[in-house]
Every structure is written in C-alpha cells, then in structure tokens.
Design a protein around this ligand. Sequence first.
Ligand code: NAD
Length: 440
Amino acid sequence: MSAPRHLTMIGTGYVGLVSGTCFAELGFKVTCVDVDETKIANLRDNGIIPIYEPGLEEMVKRNVAAGRLHFTTQLSESVPTSDAVFIAVGTPQDEDGSADLQYVKAAARQIAPHLKDYTVIVNKSTVPVGTGKVVEELVRQTNPQANVDVVSNPEFLREGEAVDDFLKPDRVVVGVETPHAAEMMAMLYKPLTDQGVPLHVTNRASSELIKYAANAFLATKITFINELIELCDKVGADVLSVSRGMGMDGRIAPRFLQPGPGYGGSCFPKDTNALAKTARDYGMRLNLVEETIATNQRIKESMADRIVDAMGGNVQGKTVAVLGLAFKANTDDMRDASSLTILPKLQEMGAKVVAYDPAAMPRAKQLMPNLTYAEGIEQTLQGADAAVILTEWADFRTIDLGKLKQTLTTPVLVDLRNLFTAEQAHEAGLQYFPLGRPAE
Ligand code: NAD
C-alpha cells in the first residue's frame, strides 16, 4: 500500500480546521471543505480564520503559502484524489439528549459519489457507538462500487490549546475493522508516533465509546471538586488546598480538578448527555453520569445565588459587572457556557448585567442580546454594585484591585475562579467572595 498523501477534511470548525492545518504542517496535502461559503471564502481569499485559537492563524498562513493547505466548498475537487476523507462536522445535542447525526449522515452521502480508488473515511466527529457502521452503510447504499473502510478516530483536543494538543497528544485512538485500515491510519499518524506518541488501535465500537467515556470521566472529575466547594465553605476548608492535596496523588492527578462555576463548552455537556442516552437506549442507566449532569446544572444555578448573597440578598435595580463570558479562557466558544445559566437568572431577579469578554462577545451578543456589553474591563466596572469574575482570562489576573475598588459603587468582588486571594482583596479594601475558600 502506498503512503497516504492527500487528505480531505469535511467541516472546517474547531476540530476540522485545527486537524486539517496540523496534518498540513505534518507534510500532507490537505483540502478543508465546508458548506459555509463565507467561512471558506474568508479562509481562502483573505486568510481570516473563523475562530479564536492561539497559534492557528500563523499555521494556516504558513501552510497555505507552502501549497499544502486548500479550502473549498466542493467535495468533487478533492475527494476523488484523497487517500483519507475525514468527517469533522458538528454533532450537537438533539432534543432527547442524543447526538444529532444529521450532519455526519449528510457528509457520508455527499462523499460517496466522488470516491474513486481505495479510501478510508475517518470519523473525527464525536459520535455514538454504531455510527461508523451507519456511515459505512450510507456510503455503500449511495455508491455500491465504493472501495472504502470506515474508521473511528475521535479527537481529544482542547479549545485554547488545540494546536499543541493535536501535535503532541497523550495518545491517538483509532478504531478499525480491517488490517488495511489499521495500516493506513498508522501511516497517517506516523509523523506523531515517530516522536513517541502512542497509537491505541482498537475496534470501531470501542474507539467510539472511548471518546464518550473519557469526556464523561473528566466531567465527573470537575463536578466532584465543584461539589466540594460548598462543603469547604461550611467547614472552613480551602478547596484549592484540597484539590492540590488530592491531585498530588499519582492515581488522581491534578488536571481537571480546578473548582469553578460548573463545566460547559462544546463537548462535556452534550457528550455526557449522549452517553447517558446511549445507555438508556440499551435498557440501562449510567447512574454516575446522570448524577454528574444533574449536579453540574445545580452548581451553575447556585452561582447566581452566590452572587445575589454577596450583594446583600437582593439585586433588584443593581448593576452586576461580569468579567468573562466564554466557558473557559482562551476561546470564543459560548456553547453551554455557565454564563448562559447564571446571567439570565440574575436578570430575572432584577439585576442589570454589564459584561465583557476578550474574545466571546460576538457570539455572546447573539445568545444573550439583553445584556449590556462593555468595551473593556474599566468600562464594565464603571459604577457597578459588584464585580464578578466568571472566566479565568489572563487579562483578569492582572487587574489592579485598588483601581477596581475605586471604579465600583459598592466594593464587592465575587471571584468564581479564585484568581485572587482574600489578602489581596482586603488590602484593596474589597469585600471578597471566593469559591470554597475562607474569605477572611
Ligand atoms: P463546529 O460547529 O465548530 O464545526 C463544524 C463545521 O462543519 C461547521 O463549519 C459546519 O459548517 C460544517 N459542516 C456541517 N455539515 C457539513 C457538510 N455536510 N459538509 C461540509 N461541512 C459541513 O464543530 P466542532 O467544535 O469542530 O466539532 C466537530 C466535532 O468534533 C463534534 O462532533 C465535536 O463533538 C467534536 N469535538 C469537538 C471538540 C472541540 O473542542 N470543539 C473537541 C473534540 C471533539
């Protein structure tokens, strides 16, 4: 079998654009395809990338200039000459909690007529167990002559660190049903495995489940420490110290053990729901996962109550200055961000919410048109009755608390990311409300 050279990446979102660009960086010729004509025109004609992702823009430009990275809306331009066609389209949550597979299925049908020689179709989208089989059936129905293998290759990158995560992953997981497909995937990832990245080859169903199991486990880990916040408040413990002490145990590890206002983002909420739904479809209940989902919702809602309590129990007619809207720092992604639960709840209770985020405001304005949006940190704080830190952006870590106090009408700081210490806040003359830490 000859080594793969040309790849098509279908879906030019967070995963598709990052993966396509990184494969180009590794030396492959890559064509990124999307149905969104504006997105493709911006990328192809102006080098404008549609998302905020550190390091990506330069890498896109470099690989376009080197002739390795191309953008189009036409599958016919690249599928016939591709050795591998990746599906990296969205799998949003459907009304019943399951993953909505309409985009994956559409991509499968659209690829089929253009297939020529042996091609691997690689599912990079997060999809429930059994979807690889469905994709294969759709391709064969549409093009019975197609010589294909359908492979599962879930993506584990984190937004904000996506380029590094793709090029230096902890592992690459591939789920295959034939030795031919296994060989092809090994060649695709050879530039990474040559540098010591482990390749975990398994069957398709296991690979599909690994992605959901990993995300549900991490969501549970985050929720575990978040649930301890309130207990720490009650018993006088410091949740950061508890987290550090737990994380030093090699069996536990420190990552994903940072307390915060509930998990959000494009993956954990929908993937935990989809995993729970898959189990229900098979007549069983994943109790831990179901409980994680419910507890996370309770935690997000309790954050609004925390803010109200810090403001004296009543926010009617008061102004809350909110720093950060994205579900975490270094991304403009607003999907299932905690801010979407907390801020409308504050508004319902009569508060005026003025908000600022360094990257997520264009998306936030579409989702929460009734907030007041400020241009920067100082404008957000001006005349407000309390400041709330909701996202851990680096810009917020360096805020001068003395100035913050002077800009506010009432000196209340609710720090839902524990960016500051009680000592720093008190020195600045602020009433300080951290998460799960002694406020004195
Ligand atoms: P996204 O919404 O950012 O991008 C999806 C893109 O696919 C969009 O640009 C859309 O226009 C395009 N698209 C839809 N149908 C198409 C079609 N038929 N042909 C061509 N393009 C089409 O989604 P994302 O965040 O990149 O997620 C993609 C998948 O990867 C999801 O299954 C997600 O769960 C998974 N994933 C996401 C992340 C993450 O951090 N965002 C991490 C790991 C895995």
